[in-house]
Design a protein around this ligand. Sequence first.
Ligand SMILES: *Cc1c(COP(=O)(O)O)cnc(C)c1O
Ligand SMILES: [Zn+2]
Length: 402
Amino acid sequence: MLYHLECIECHKKYKPSEVVYTCTCGGLLDVVYDYSKIHLTKKDLKGPLSVWKYRALIPVEREPVSLNEGGTPLYRVDRLAKNLGLKDVYVKHEGMNPTGSFKDRGMTVGVTKALELGMKTVACASTGNTSASLAVYGAKAGVPAVVLLPSGKVALGKLAQALMHGAKVLSIRGNFDDALKLVRDLCDREGFYLLNSVNPYRLEGQKTIAFEIADQLGWKAPDRLVLPVGNAGNITAIYKGFKEFKRLGIIDSVPKMTGIQAEGASPIVRAIKNNAAAITPEGKPETVATAIRIGNPVNAIKALIAIRESGGTAETVSDDEIIRAQQELAALEGIGVEPASASSIAGLRKLVDMGVIDRDETVVCVTTGHLLKDSEHVLSVCPRPIEIDATIEAVRKAVFEN
Ligand SMILES: *Cc1c(COP(=O)(O)O)cnc(C)c1O
Ligand SMILES: [Zn+2]
């Protein structure tokens, strides 16, 4: 075997054939490779970007369940950069994946793994995007999907996807953290395959964001990577991706991992600022950025390591700052993202203003989900369409009115 699962706390090992999500000691698991047997060079990585281009570093053997995920654009955003007072800023727009969020990178790998393990039903808790992605990849694989959502707190576009693609959608009277606890119990009892980001195979797909950024920058890592943090799987995964490319000699540095949370849901930021070994969960997370409305991030320990080891940091942003950043990115650069994704831009602005980020750093912000995911939010923050009579006089009056 070229890889195994290993506990990050007690280092107990598990075989790839085992269905296991966390260690018997309670620790998180990591996929660990025998890198001496992996020979991957820049030359092997010619051709178009996609998650499955990096098969040598993806721990599955069978034919992938795929809808062509990955290969998302890395936009250079000079107008935004100037506005922020920076020189070199890029946006990796993960909203351009098949279902409109980065979750597809993890799901293509996770659902393929489910088939490889012979699992008959897949399940997850979700703030929305994970459920949309699981519904789609479950449909593609021909495997039933069960999703647990916090009632009334899921953006309509995400709910629409979960419903249309045929998942069993359960609306829980509770928050995401409650839903995650329930689905873990359900999976243990019923033998369903758990596809939240506590499942280490999900992260193996998501680490390809790092591989693509390195490729798109001409085999270089940026100085800093800024992204929203919810359950903290993605920051962990992207950090792992950069470290692997460095280890294989494909790049020679790893970016400072910089996690952004909303003020109303910021356990990781508090742990970083307090220099704490672990987070203190928050009972009542609240923010307009529903994708990161999480009080007890399951991957917190891994995320704290990623931030500290890389010399990065974590910062909070207010809902108003998130909305302003969302509108700026849309108007200045033509990039439409959902609120959680805009927190990366809002956080970048705040950290530049605070003097934490240097003005000559090369920065990549990851925008995690597409604008159309949450159109209800758009209607609540943008001016309404102007309704007028169907006459040229009325049209002209409305056009030239301010
Ligand atoms: C899932 C998600 C996040 C949070 O990612 P984590 O891996 O849970 O930290 C951020 N933004 C969007 C749009 C998401 O769907
Ligand atoms: Zn352990």
